[in-house]
Design a protein around this ligand. Structure first.
Ligand code: FAD
Length: 74
């Protein structure tokens, strides 16, 4: 069986990983409409739509920064 996974976010990546090498799976490939894989976890400061006119979902993360210290200890 040839499998096509639609979307290369976290779920698509897990599906790809899970299906690779499985018995009965001849090939597995992901089709991603955005410019890169990662889905919601692609960090960008962009808002609105991307160069293909697709909505940018990452605006909710605008201003979020990661720290190696626990909250309140920065
Ligand atoms: C504001 C916000 C905050 C979140 N915070 C957290 C958090 O802190 N921790 C957590 O674990 N989860 C969080 N989530 C949940 C998050 O959605 C999941 O962690 C994870 O990103 C879901 O992965 P996914 O692959 O299902 O979806 P997505 O990450 O949305 O990936 C879907 C992918 O499919 C692509 N796609 C869609 N339609 C098509 C199509 N027709 N053809 C080709 N490609 C297509 C998209 O471009 C995208 O790359 C948050 C979600 C939101 C919206």
């Amino acid at each position: 069986m040839d499998v096509v996974v639609i979307g290369a976010g976290a779920s698509g990546a897990m599906a790809l990983r899970h299906l690779q090498g499985k018995s009965g799976i001849r090939s597995v490939v992901a089709y991603e409409r955005a410019g890169q894989a990662g889905g919601n976890w692609v960090y960008t400061n962009n808002t609105g739509t991307d160069s293909d006119g697709l909505p940018v979902h990452q605006a909710a993360f605008l201003g979020m920064r990661y720290s190696e210290k626990p909250l309140g200890c920065e």
